[in-house]
Design a protein around this ligand. Sequence first.
Ligand SMILES: [Zn+2]
Ligand SMILES: [Zn+2]
Length: 343
Amino acid sequence: MRAQVFHGPGDLRLEEIAMPEPAAGELLVKVEAALTCGTDVKTLRRGHPVMIPRLPTVLGHELAGTVAGVGAGVNGVREGDRVVAANSAPCGRCALCQSGRPNLCEDLLFVNGAYGEYIALPARLVERNVVRIAAGLPAARAAFAEPLACALRGIERGRVESGMTVVVFGHGPLGCLLAMVAAQRKARVLLVGKGGWRLDRIREARLAECLDALAEPDLPAAIRAATGGRAADVTVDATGQPAVWELAIEVTGRGGTVVFFGGCAPGTTVAVDTRRAHYEELTLVGAFHHTPDLIRRAVELLESQSLVPDGLLTHTMGLEGVPRALDMMAHGAALKVLIRPDR
Ligand SMILES: [Zn+2]
Ligand SMILES: [Zn+2]
């Protein structure tokens, strides 16, 4: 079978590799849709010791497909079932798993291999984080389950409720998904991004109300004006820029919550106004990854069409297109690229 194999930073090769055999507890899945993600771009540039501990490995981690082989001992899934697989599985035994925070599992097993014709899903993933999907759900939409579950975690950490004003920073795919989840909760959402074709597209697709950061000489004032003068109830950073984390704190109102969703470069720090943090009871929280429960909720939202992310797919390519797709992502020329290994 063909696959895009990652050999190390900057070294991605389209190769013919042996078809994986599903061992006991495993599932063999024919990948029908894989989606590009900013994490793949970062991984290709500098490697990823946590998500990719062993080399070489097939890249890609957002996928949906059809079960093509069932390992011994797997129950409840049959050949021909359509499934979505998350990119990780918690251990279920460590203290954080036991306390209901499996996204922080001390032994999170990461799985890659979406950019191949087939993938063998390891037993722990099959047990905890593979979900069967309805016949009517297109694979391209189902593959959004993983990033959508991350967005659900961000909005859950912000305790977003109906009627709140939520400001999301970042016009990448996750900024958009965060905005869509908040809107789905009936919050009023303002997405702050940098003007350009992506922001235009987000506006045109009516994914969110947008504010162009480049067009505002005084961005905090513009955000305050756009949120009716009383600042945001919840702000979410999806840029991973320390300066934007600080801006997010600045435009959050009394009693508000700031969600640090975008990961910043290692070693960076931000300043917090101690007076505001104390007297205004600001809640500052991180949001990381997703849980098996949120993967299931993401699938439900997609199946019920409560949230339709199709507008985020800007291009479709075959397996040979992955390097170009990731390059386009790196240069802001694509939101998400749908990779169809069977093309
Ligand atoms: Zn991803
Ligand atoms: Zn654990």
